[in-house]
Each structure stands twice: as C-alpha cells, then as structure tokens.
Design a protein around this ligand. Sequence first.
Ligand SMILES: [Zn+2]
Length: 115
Amino acid sequence: MRRSLSRICSFSIHEDKVTILDRLQKLADQEKESLSHMIVVSIEEYLKKHEPGNPQKPLVVFGAKPILTCWKCGGRFAHVIHVEFISGLSAYLCPTCLEKEKAKGPYCTIKKVLK
Ligand SMILES: [Zn+2]
C-alpha cells in the first residue's frame, strides 16, 4: 500500500482571531472531519475566490461546465450538489460524498439539499 505524503505546516493566529480556530474545530467535530481537512478546504475556497489565475476567458464562457470543488473530499467535479448542513454551513458535495453522508442515517449532518 502506498502512503500519501503530507506537508506539516505551522502558522500564527492573532489573539483577536483565535476564536475562529475554535469555531472551526467545533464545526470539524460536528462534521466528523479533521481540523486539517477544514483548514485545507477553507484555503481552497479562498484561492478559488481570490486567485487571479489565467487572465483569459474561463471555458464556461464557451459552454464548458464549471468545475467545482467538493467540500468533503476536495475533489473537483463538473456535477456537485449544493447542501446545507445542520451547522448552517452551505457547501457543494460530490455525489459520492453526498451518499456517504446520507448513509450516516441519524448521524447525517445535512439539513437539506439546496437547488
Ligand atoms: Zn466529495
């Protein structure tokens, strides 16, 4: 079995912002995810919004389907489902992660599937 590689990072949080880490940890516990996963997803979402990227027109202008990131697994998909979690967070899930979450039955943290 091949082991995946991880980079261990450290960063500082200003005293005034420490509570956001506590809130993220609480959300991670609710979603049964690691804090590392939550931080990586947050970074990905920030980059998706703010990274300048290619100055050329995006392919969606020419009819290509947009590629969105699954909030759970971080995979990129042309088809994702917008859901709202019990915590109030709304995010996109790939079909596989949606089914895995639904399979948790009474422990499912999805409140509803959004349009
Ligand atoms: Zn997924």
